[in-house]
Design a protein. Structure first.
Length: 123
């Protein structure tokens, strides 16, 4: 199983609430509608909580003035690397549509993503 992790920062003109609302109500639907053609096995949104900003500040101080927390993390699972690629026109179209929508709410230049395999330690 391959996991794509996408750490998201919102566009500067959006509040975290606006960002998370758009992400959960609009973008999530678009991903779900395209999941089959993109061979997405699982999609999870992890939303940063606004009501814990005091704790977030403490975490930053603990970590030598680390950067602000991400606004959320998207996790997508695929069965294999091959399932993530390919030249299928429907797949390319679905990928292009999602990227176009991501530009509406994600600061892409400041939102890293990477591929991984999980190494379960507990649970």
């Amino acid at each position: 199983m391959i996991k794509l992790t996408f750490c998201l920062r919102r566009l500067p003109h959006l509040t975290r609430a606006e960002f998370q609302s758009y992400w959960s109500e609009t973008h999530a639907r678009l991903v779900a509608e395209r999941a089959e053609v993109l061979k997405i096995r699982r999609y999870v949104q992890v939303h940063t909580r606004d009501d814990l900003d005091g704790l977030h500040s403490a975490f930053r101080r603990r970590n030598d003035d680390a950067p602000e927390p991400f606004d959320g993390v998207a996790e997508l699972w695929f069965d294999s690397l091959d399932d993530m690629g390919g030249d299928d026109p429907d797949r390319r179209q679905a990928q292009a549509e999602l990227l176009a929508d991501e530009r509406n709410f994600i600061d892409l230049a400041n939102s890293p993503m990477w591929l991984s395999e999980e190494n379960r330690v507990v649970g």
